[in-house]
Design a protein around this ligand. Sequence first.
Ligand SMILES: [Zn+2]
Length: 497
Amino acid sequence: MRPAIGALMVLAPLGLQTSPIEVPPPVDAFPAYLWRLDHRDEPLPQQLLNATGGSHVERAGTAAWLVERGAPFYVGHGPGRNTLHPERDSLEVRFPLARFGATRDEGELVRTPCLSDPQTRADLRAALAASLAPDDRVAADFVSLGDEVSITPYGDPIDFCHSAHCDAAFQRWIAGGGGERYGLSPGARRCSTDALLSSPTPRKLGAWLGGRAFQRAVLSDLLLELAEHSRALRPGLAVGVLGLVGETAFGGVDLEAVAAALEVLEPYRVADAVERCASLRALGRGPATILETIFLDQQDPDSLRAHLRGLVGAPVDGVVVWCDRDLTSAPELRVVLEQELTSLRRARAAQPERDRDPRGVALLHSDDSLAHAFLREARGDRLGWTRRLAGLQEREGHHEVRRREALEQLRQAGEHPGSIPLDAVDGALVARFGRLVAVDLTVVSDAELDRLRAFVAAGGELEVRGPFAELRPDGTRRARSETAGGLVASSVDRSNP
Ligand SMILES: [Zn+2]
């Protein structure tokens, strides 16, 4: 364990009545890790390292220089980068998409490498073992399993993956009970987006939604398997995932699954990802540590200063700073970063136990409703659903915009809003979140409706905005009268008066 800098400094002036000495606050109070782009194969110059205090090592690279300087660091991309982080312009993505565009045969939509292929998983475990082998790893804060990990690049719309391995894994997922929610029994097949859009039926909708959930499970199961491998190799070393791009109908990470099992998560400021991580933590189902990435190329000194000051009361425990190149080309950012991180650490060290996680009011999060919203928009999109890339959807998607507006509106009303999944709702939730906001929550199971009724019965307020619980996850439609009993009748729709 590295020494806390502040602790060393306070011993010196003990008992002396001199002018107050400025004691540097402990770096641990709010670690900051500088990403090395220009210095990826060499130690950072001390001046750059001073700006954040910490950095990272990739794969089997040495951390000796960081250990010598007592600097916090993490091990990045433990299992390697590219398998878990596909790029839009890679051949592995472009080729199957081009073939699919020509044939519209979903069998062409095979992800390379396939995450259900036992060989892929063995390769990832071996790469992780190599990353964790150097002795200096004992001093690392955590190992990251990846950055921007997703089945499809950034969650773009591709019906990955239809390999034989994934088809077999889908049957195992159904046998394990995963398909029950979607009305899927053994032998059922996934429904492609094309097939559903061309002639929708309730059964197809259930099979399509189930396919989304299955693909999320493939990735989260893999991440949990790698976390277990890491713990066997390096007991006591925390495990995390960085650069969470947020769920889409086609990719991203199942946040609930990884939040409950990993110690460190770093959600991007997209959708409700930060609010959800922090809300899950408040409910005892989240990561111990929440990080945030600061992209310096999007900052000037004033915006950087304001951003870092805004983190004082935020549910963020540290930052990854991208990157050394920007600090070299803009020394004024380096000065702001160093000053503001010092202030932030001082503030945190003075109030280490304060609860910064959301309370009071929370949005209800539903991956099924998010996927269903994509479908409704894709139906009216003449350019075709494969053109609705993740960034466009996040910016302009109806569900995404409404959710963002709701969060912003709550913040402006002075709330510290959270976001929680439906399976976290029950009567006991009222103690933390007395009010829940359902924004276009179209897909809700019968069991989840019962949870909401228990919440309302315990005194909670449910505010419904837009369509609510029209569908079950198996694709069947629910009559409005079925949701009314003691639930919607007591709610307020402030957006559609
Ligand atoms: Zn596959």
